[in-house]
Design a protein around this ligand. Structure first.
Ligand SMILES: Nc1ccn([C@@H]2O[C@@H]3COP(=O)(O)O[C@H]3[C@H]2O)c(=O)n1
Ligand SMILES: [Zn+2]
Ligand SMILES: [Zn+2]
Length: 246
């Protein structure tokens, strides 16, 4: 499996695209989150919508869903098979009613199913995306009272949606779940309210830090190179290969 961040930036970054990822397996290409900048980021990678089999949404901030309207219209008017939309069953109605309906509605009662083949995901259950790609969503704290889901990918890689610092969960991912990789959003400066900050992540034991790839960072990331302990910044557009754990 390979993961390519089409962007690694924070919500308000002007230098990096939104923190969205392409996951490639031999038989599937999945886009994790589709923010405002996703259409341009995909264009820069020469990755047309026809080459994306499905999208998965973690939560409803614009840097994670702001590009879904364009993707929906593009696939509809290009007359290509509907991409799949993987989303928590709890988030699905909110995505339509509170985010996409204004732009995608035809006024005649259409819905998201007119643009996507919808696959509802249940919390704490693995969903088969393709024969070699399985994803479990777990609810993690981000903005109070706002649903947000982090991901276990093939029970080996933890992908944080935007989340607050949660050292006990990270210890569980490391010890209990035995994940080999942790991709974590990172706010470069304190205080952390809705994201984990670099200083908070630096309090983690080194054996956990060694597993952490940092993403969702601000424009001054380069000032922090060499100051991330055992953790590493991810680079947008670079393809990272993760070997199967079997
Ligand atoms: N309670 C909140 C809500 C939002 N925010 C900021 O808005 C951004 C929305 O996208 P994000 O990537 O979740 O980062 C959020 C915060 O920067 C914030 O700082 N505090
Ligand atoms: Zn975000
Ligand atoms: Zn967010």
């Amino acid at each position: 499996m390979q993961i390519q961040m089409i962007g690694t930036g924070s919500a308000f970054s002007k230098k990096y695209f939104n923190n969205n990822a392409l996951v490639y397996t031999e038989d599937y290409t999945l886009l994790i989150d589709c923010g405002i900048t996703a259409p341009m980021a995909l264009h820069k990678l020469n990755k047309p919508v026809q080459e994306i089999d499905g999208i998965l949404i973690t939560h409803l901030h614009a840097d994670h869903v702001g590009g879904v309207e364009e993707l929906a219209f593009q696939s509809k008017f290009l007359n290509i098979p509907k991409p799949k939309l993987f989303i928590s069953a709890k988030l699905l109605p909110v995505l339509w009613e509170n985010s996409l309906k204004a732009g995608l509605s035809d006024g005649k009662g259409n819905g998201l199913e007119d643009f996507f083949e919808i696959v509802e995901m249940n919390e704490n259950e693995e969903t088969t995306i393709s024969p070699s790609l399985h994803i479990e969503i777990i609810q993690t704290e981000h903005v109070p009272n706002k649903l947000s889901y982090s991901l276990f990918i093939n029970q080996d890689l933890f992908y944080s949606a935007d989340m607050q610092f949660n050292p006990s969960l990270l210890a569980h991912i490391h010890e209990g779940r035995k994940c080999r990789t942790i991709m974590h959003d990172c706010q470069l400066e304190d205080p952390g309210t809705v994201h984990a900050t670099l200083n908070q992540l630096l309090t983690l034991p080194e054996e956990i830090q060694e597993k952490i790839l940092l993403m969702h960072y601000g424009d001054h990331m380069e000032d922090f190179i060499g100051k991330t302990g055992k953790m590493t910044f991810m680079e947008q557009q670079k393809r990272y290969t993760f070997e199967s754990n079997e």
